[in-house]
Unconditional design. Structure first.
Length: 317
């Protein structure tokens, strides 16, 4: 049984998702959390991973570590997105199996589902059609992680489970415009434009694709739920079950930031998948639901961005 004294290793504990999981577990009274920076442990190195895990002897591993980025990063670095993500997760999964870890929670992404899958996305749609080309490299890596956990669960009856979050955002997000996802990128663009006399903001695509967004603290709560319960299946979607157009998202962020200038949509840039709404009925059926609505979450995220603005080296106008 997992209790508050269990040894829990959070891979990627300094990232947006990992740090939210750490904060939530601490708040819930877990006292034996472990994390190590990428400077001290290269998760791509199997021997180093084995040595570290043998040292701490975890009861639980939560894999929130990944090489992540938006459309631009995926397009520019396909090899790294496929290879490095496979190395990270394969090392953690194989060593967890080797060491007899009691529970493994693997975090993936809604991009594992086919580009034109029926909406909302059900877990059974996995591998039924082609992926979205702009993020297939990351998606393929995450699919292998899901299937590895399923294989271990099936063959060895181990408590390995995969949680597939929708688009996540929140405090400690990545606001680098060359590698960030759409929501934090918009926050930064609108803020910088506001500081520049409400300059025009140029956004990618048509604004028509629909996306679902989950505040990262809600994702952390889902991880804790999976930790404290033995989930009956191997794969669960985690989201809000609600989506909106990218244009509508831009309007909300513009209002929260206080930018009053114009928005121009650069239709020469790709839109990505037309829609990615998650079917979250499986998680709802076992007792988990999100709590933070989108506007509240964006307000919290923007407040954190302002408090840490020097770290992002925001251009001075």
């Amino acid at each position: 049984m997992i209790d508050k004294n269990s040894v829990i290793y959070i891979a990627g504990h300094k990232g947006m998702v990992g740090s939210a999981i750490w904060r939530t577990l601490t708040k819930e009274g877990y006292v034996n959390l472990n994390g190590i920076s990428s400077r001290k442990l290269d998760l791509r190195n199997q021997k180093a991973v084995r040595n570290y895990l043998q040292k701490i002897q975890p009861d639980v591993i939560i894999d929130a570590a990944a090489k992540v980025g938006g459309i631009l990063a995926n397009n520019n670095f396909p090899y790294e997105f496929l290879m490095e993500n496979m190395q990270i997760q394969n090392n953690l999964i194989s060593e967890a199996h080797y060491l007899g870890v009691k529970k493994f929670i693997f975090l993936g992404s809604s991009c594992i589902y086919p580009k034109l899958a029926p909406q909302p996305l059900k877990e059974e749609y996995l591998l039924t059609a082609p992926l979205e080309a702009t993020n297939e490299w990351y998606a393929l890596a995450k699919i292998t992680g899901v299937k590895l956990c399923e294989a271990i669960r099936k063959q060895y009856e181990k408590d390995f489970v995969s949680l597939m979050p929708t688009n996540l955002y929140g405090t400690h997000d990545n606001f680098d415009l060359t590698s960030s996802h759409v929501l934090p990128a918009m926050i930064r663009k609108f803020h910088e434009a506001k500081e520049n006399n409400n300059a025009v903001v140029v956004l990618w695509g048509t604004g028509k694709p629909m996306r679902e967004f989950l505040f990262v603290d809600d994702m952390a709560a889902a991880v804790v739920f999976a930790l404290e319960n033995e989930l009956p299946d191997y794969l669960y979607n985690v989201g809000t079950g609600e989506d909106l157009t990218i244009n509508e998202l831009a309007t909300i962020i513009q209002k929260i930031v206080g930018h009053t200038g114009d928005i121009i949509w650069d239709t020469t840039k790709p839109d990505g998948t037309p829609r990615k709404l998650m079917d979250i009925s499986k998680m709802h059926s076992i007792g988990w639901k999100h709590k933070v609505d989108l506007e509240t979450g964006i307000q919290k995220t923007y407040k954190w961005f302002l408090e840490n603005i020097e770290d992002f080296k925001v251009k001075e106008f």
